[in-house]
Design a protein. Structure first.
Length: 541
């Protein structure tokens, strides 16, 4: 641990560093390397004999059921060397019962006995704040087979599997089938040690390997019973838990420090960007921009800040603040639509001289896709790509998923190359990309092919800005599945400068986005380097 303590700063700066540090603490603990062994401790083999005697007593008293015999642990099954006074055992060796909760959905009521599932344990603690309730009578019936009690251990086994939590309350509750119950002999084995053991990388791997099925996967009980685990002397178990708690507290403080630094960095960046956006003249703008450029090394070490800078770039661009005034000397020559009039009260912000508020429909050919009948195989082939919302990711289009035949295209709509395609429905509403070839698309995508006096890249900058994206959200209908119809989409007001000014702005956006891409690449390289250093350090522990 001394070697690792010298590199805590690396763990602090590396994105996954603190999580890796927590894993390492548990890994060392379960290898007997976290605390020193005490020769005066009762060795684990004698402790195991006492556990077996206690289980025999409980069996005779009919306080537990007879367990099936476990296979002997083979030499090749032992994961690593442990101290001489420890012993490799199977998890069921220290348990009087390993079972799971109710296999049927109970009758829920407004108030009663809490009924817990995986979601109540996913944080690593028992959460009673968001739980369902069952009647006292149903709870008593369920506890005939599965009765959670103080110092028992709960283990998530369906969905998010492998999370162990010690019951530290006398409050009565029942559990669903998604949670396993482990009753250990708590006066011979320290429950918090077993909780940490199950949450350690060794047993986490067992939990992953013991999970079966597809979709909502299930951690099988018979696999849990067969977990091969190290058993230290009881007193050492307690010392290990105490040391784990100390080191996890240190990790908590490291996490708090990292969060504090990140929050401060985000606040400084937000204030700097805000000054840039609010700048009323060229002098104040240049001053705000100078502050940002002088603080690049400290402000842009997290991608979230770069994302904020990109968004600020787009919003400054569409307000005419990225260019000098001497390029704004022509009046725009586009005639406003008579169908879609932009009222002055709808203007979100003022525009420079020579600019004009127009609607999207004024700027190009707008279309919504349509889907040829899927039952007709003659419509689908390899003539022209057919794009759906899932094919648009990170402003890139996947052209290989599905295609139409020439006959299919007759039933669809041709979207000419170098159009802007935007998803208009669902959780990915607002995603967009430019197609570099002729395509067709389904009805969940709106498109615009700019006229010759509209610069494609300028229009793309407007449509990906937070201004336009917010307009999409505010004009959408539906809450669970938001959707914006074509008429509302093409009626959104667009700030439009003269064509030559559009070109200058889009070039400036390209320039600044290249800078942002460089910053993101530097962050990735720095993170990768820190991860490599951390991996090297951890490999020596």
């Amino acid at each position: 641990m001394k070697l690792l303590e010298k590199h805590f700063e690396i763990a602090l700066e590396t994105p996954e560093g603190i999580a890796r540090l927590r894993e390492l603490i548990l890994k060392l603990a379960m290898q007997g390397k976290l605390v020193e062994q005490n020769p005066n401790d009762q060795p684990a083999n004698l402790l195991l004999e006492e556990i077996e005697k206690e289980k025999e007593r409980l069996l005779k008293s009919k306080l537990m059921k007879k367990q099936s015999s476990l296979d002997t642990i083979k030499k090749e099954q032992i994961p690593y060397l442990i101290p001489s006074n420890w012993k490799w055992i199977k998890l069921e060796n220290i348990c009087t019962l390993i079972t799971d909760g109710a296999h049927h959905t109970p009758n829920y009521i407004d108030d009663g006995v809490p009924f817990l599932s995986v979601k109540n344990l996913s944080s690593g603690k028992i959460d009673f704040d968001d739980t369902k309730f069952i009647s006292e009578a149903e709870h008593l019936e369920l506890t005939k087979r599965c009765k959670p009690e103080y110092n028992d251990i709960l283990l998530t086994k369906i969905g998010t599997t492998g999370i162990a939590v010690t019951i530290d309350t006398d409050k009565q509750f029942s559990i669903f089938v998604s949670v396993a119950l482990l009753k250990i002999i708590s006066d011979k084995v320290y429950p918090k040690f077993i909780e940490n053991l199950i949450n350690s990388p060794l047993v986490k791997k067992y939990s992953k390997d013991g999970t079966e099925g597809v979709g909502n996967k299930n951690l099988v009980l018979r696999k849990i019973r067969e977990y091969i685990i190290p058993l230290p002397p009881l007193e050492e178990q307690k010392r290990i838990v105490e040391k784990i708690d100390q080191l996890m507290l240190l990790c908590d403080k490291l996490e708090e420090e990292r969060n504090r630094k990140n929050k401060l960095q985000l606040q400084i960046n937000s204030a700097a960007i805000n000054n840039l956006i609010k700048a009323n003249d060229e002098i104040s703008f240049n001053k705000a921009w100078s502050f940002i450029t002088n603080q690049f090394d400290t402000l842009y070490t997290v991608k979230q800040n770069v994302t904020v800078l990109k968004d600020a770039t787009l919003n400054l661009a569409i307000k005419g603040k990225l260019i000098t005034k001497n390029v704004q000397n022509n009046e725009i020559d586009i005639i406003s639509s008579k169908k879609h009039i932009v009222n002055e009260k709808d203007y979100p912000f003022s525009l420079p001289k020579g600019w004009k508020w127009l609607v999207l429909d004024d700027l190009g050919l707008t279309q919504t896709g349509t889907t040829p009948a899927t039952k007709n195989s003659e419509y689908y082939g390899d003539y022209i790509p057919f794009i759906g919302p899932g094919d648009i990711k990170n402003q890139v289009i996947n052209y290989t998923n599905l295609s139409l035949t020439e006959l299919g295209l007759e039933k669809a709509r041709l979207i000419p190359s170098y159009s802007i395609m935007m998803v208009c429905i669902g959780g990915s509403i607002g995603k967009l990309a430019i197609n570099d070839r002729d395509v067709a698309c389904n009805q969940q995508i709106n498109t615009i092919t700019p006229y010759s006096n509209i610069d494609l890249k300028y229009l793309f900058a407007v449509l990906q800005s937070s201004y336009f994206q917010n307009q999409i959200v505010s004009n959408s209908s539906g809450s669970a599945t938001p959707i914006i119809n074509k008429q509302k989409w093409i009626s959104i007001p667009i700030p439009v400068p003269p064509y030559e000014v559009q070109k200058v702005i889009s070039n400036k956006v390209d320039e600044l986005f290249k800078l942002c891409d460089m910053l993101e690449k530097n962050i990735e390289q720095s993170s990768k380097k820190q991860s490599q250093i951390l991996n090297s350090v951890l490999a020596q522990v």
